[in-house]
Design a binder for this molecule. Structure first.
Ligand SMILES: Cc1cc2nc3c(=O)[nH]c(=O)nc-3n(C[C@H](O)[C@H](O)[C@H](O)COP(=O)(O)OP(=O)(O)OC[C@H]3O[C@@H](n4cnc5c(N)ncnc54)[C@H](O)[C@@H]3O)c2cc1C
Length: 401
C-alpha cells in the first residue's frame, strides 16, 4: 500500500453541497479539494426549487444574481384536488421561489472554484481514523489513500462519511418520483405559477424555469405491477400511465418531455428522531447536505437547507483556520480549533435541520398517508408546531459567510 497523499480540507462529493462548501471556503480564502466519484459534474433530477433561504445562501456565495437571470420568480402556488375539484391558490408574497436547472446551479458553483479544485473519478469506499494522528484517512476505489486534516462529507444520501460518524441509514418513505423537463419552443402558457394536481395516490407538479422550459414531477405511492424501468423511454411510458385521467395538458407535458432529462427516485429520509441523537461531527470530520439530513421533497427544502449548512460551516471553519496555514501548522492546535468550529457548526444547524426534517416528514404523511385518522393527527401537529402548511421555513437567514 502506497504512502497516503496528505491534504488539508477534503470535501467528499461534488454535488450541490460539496461544490457550495468548496466555494464558501474559497470565498473565505480557505483552500479545499473536492473528491467526486463520477467522471463529470452530475446534475440528475431536472430542476430544483430554491426558496428565499436558499437564495440568501447563494447571494453569500456570490452567484445569486447570475442564477436569478436564469429562472423566473414564482408568483403563486396553485393546488387542484382532482377528486373534489377544490382549488387552493396562495400568492408567494415575500417568499422568493425560483426553479433552477440543476445543471445551471452546479455549473455556477463549479465555475467559481479555482482550477483543479475538483478531482473526478475519486470514489470513496471507506473512511477511518489514523491511529497515529487522529486525522481522517480517506480510502479510494483505486486503492489510493488520502490523509485529510479536515473531512467534510457531502456525499449524499448513501454517504460513506455519515456511516463513519455512526448516522443511521436513511429510511424509505415508500413514495417514488419521476422528474423531467419539457421545452415549449414558442413559450408555455403557465406564466409564473407553480401548480400541483393532487390525484390521490399520484401528484403531478409543474413549475416554470423560464418562459420556455417547464420542470415537472410525478410523485406516487405505488408502482403499477407491470412497470419496467430499464431505460428513459420506459420511464416516460410509466409516467404516461400515471397521468392517465389527469387533465390533457399534464399528459401532453409528459409526452413532449425531453427523455434524456427523466429521472426516477425512491424517496428516502433520515428520520427526525434518528437525527436528534446522532453525532454530526467527530474530531475533524463532519457532514453537510443530504449526507446529514436527507429529507423528502415535500416542502422543497433539502437543497436550500444544504446551502445554508455550507455557509455556516465555512464561517466557523474559516474563523478556526485564521492565522494557521494548512500546509505548515501545528497539528494539535489545528485539531483543537477545528473540533470547536465543527461543534459550533452543529450547534447552529441542529435545531434548524430538526425543524425542517420534522415539517417535511409531517407534510409527506399528510399527503401520502392512506389513513384519514393519521392525516387528522398529522394536521393537528403541523398547525400546532408549524402554523399549518406555511412557508415560514423560507424566512430563515443563515447569516453572512
Ligand atoms: C425528487 C426530489 C426532488 C427534490 N426537490 C428539491 C427542491 O425542489 N428543492 C430543494 O431544495 N431540494 C430538493 N430536493 C433535495 C435536493 O435534491 C438535495 O437535498 C440536494 O441535491 C443535496 O445535495 P448534496 O450535494 O447533499 O447531495 P447530492 O446532490 O446527492 O450529491 C452528492 C455527490 O456526491 C457524490 N458521491 C456520492 N458518493 C460518493 C463517494 N462514495 N465518493 C465520491 N463521491 C460520491 C455523488 O456523485 C454526487 O455528486 C429534492 C430531492 C428529490 C429526491
Amino acid at each position: 500500500m502506497g504512502h497516503p497523499d496528505e491534504q488539508g480540507i477534503v470535501i467528499a462529493g461534488g454535488g450541490i453541497c460539496g461544490l457550495a462548501a468548496a466555494l464558501a471556503l474559497h470565498r473565505k480564502g480557505v483552500k479545499s479539494i473536492v473528491l467526486e466519484g463520477s467522471n463529470t459534474l452530475r446534475a440528475t433530477g431536472g430542476g430544483i426549487g430554491i426558496f428565499s433561504n436558499g437564495w440568501r445562501a447563494l447571494d453569500q456565495l456570490g452567484i445569486g444574481t447570475e442564477l436569478r437571470r436564469k429562472s423566473i420568480l414564482t408568483s403563486m402556488f396553485r393546488d387542484v384536488n382532482l377528486r373534489t375539484g377544490e382549488l387552493q391558490e396562495r400568492l408567494c408574497g415575500n417568499t422568493e421561489l425560483r426553479c433552477l436547472k440543476r445543471s445551471d446551479l452546479i455549473e455556477a458553483l463549479a465555475n467559481g472554484l479555482p482550477h483543479g479544485s475538483i478531482r473526478f473519478g475519486c470514489k470513496i469506499v471507506a473512511v477511518a481514523e489514523d491511529s497515529a494522528t487522529s486525522f481522517p484517512l480517506v480510502y479510494l476505489h483505486d486503492g489510493s489513500i488520502i490523509s485529510a486534516k479536515v473531512l467534510i462529507g457531502c456525499d449524499g444520501v448513501n454517504s460513506v462519511v455519515a456511516k463513519t460518524l455512526g448516522l443511521k441509514d436513511p429510511r424509505p418513505f415508500r413514495v417514488w418520483t419521476i422528474r423531467g423537463f419539457t421545452n415549449y419552443t414558442s413559450g408555455h402558457s403557465y406564466g409564473s405559477v407553480f401548480t400541483r394536481l393532487l390525484g390521490g395516490s399520484v401528484t403531478f407538479g409543474m413549475i416554470p424555469i423560464d418562459d420556455n422550459l417547464m420542470h415537472w414531477f410525478l410523485s406516487f405511492r405505488c408502482l403499477p405491477d407491470d412497470s419496467r424501468i430499464e431505460d428513459s423511454e420506459q420511464l416516460r411510458d410509466l409516467a404516461m400511465k400515471l397521468v392517465e385521467g389527469f387533465p390533457a395538458d399534464a399528459s401532453q407535458m409528459v409526452e413532449d418531455s425531453d427523455v434524456s432529462s427523466l429521472s426516477f427516485t425512491s424517496i428516502r429520509y433520515r428520520a427526525p428522531w434518528d437525527f436528534l441523537f446522532c453525532n454530526i461531527c467527530k474530531g475533524t470530520t463532519t457532514v453537510v447536505g443530504d449526507a446529514m439530513h436527507v429529507m423528502g421533497p415535500f416542502i422543497g427544502q433539502g437543497g436550500s437547507c444544504g446551502l445554508e449548512d455550507t455557509i455556516v460551516l465555512a464561517r466557523n471553519l474559516a474563523e478556526a483556520m485564521q492565522e494557521i496555514s494548512v500546509n505548515e501548522f501545528d497539528d494539535r492546535l489545528l485539531q483543537k480549533r477545528v473540533a470547536v468550529a465543527l461543534d459550533n457548526y452543529v450547534k447552529e444547524r441542529k435545531l434548524r435541520v430538526l425543524r425542517l426534517s420534522t415539517q417535511t416528514y409531517l407534510i409527506g404523511m399528510l399527503i401520502y398517508s392512506p389513513s384519514k385518522v393519521t392525516q387528522f393527527f398529522v394536521f393537528v401537529l403541523l398547525v400546532a408546531f408549524f402554523g399549518g402548511k406555511s412557508f415560514g421555513h423560507s424566512r430563515y437567514d443563515c447569516g453572512q459567510l
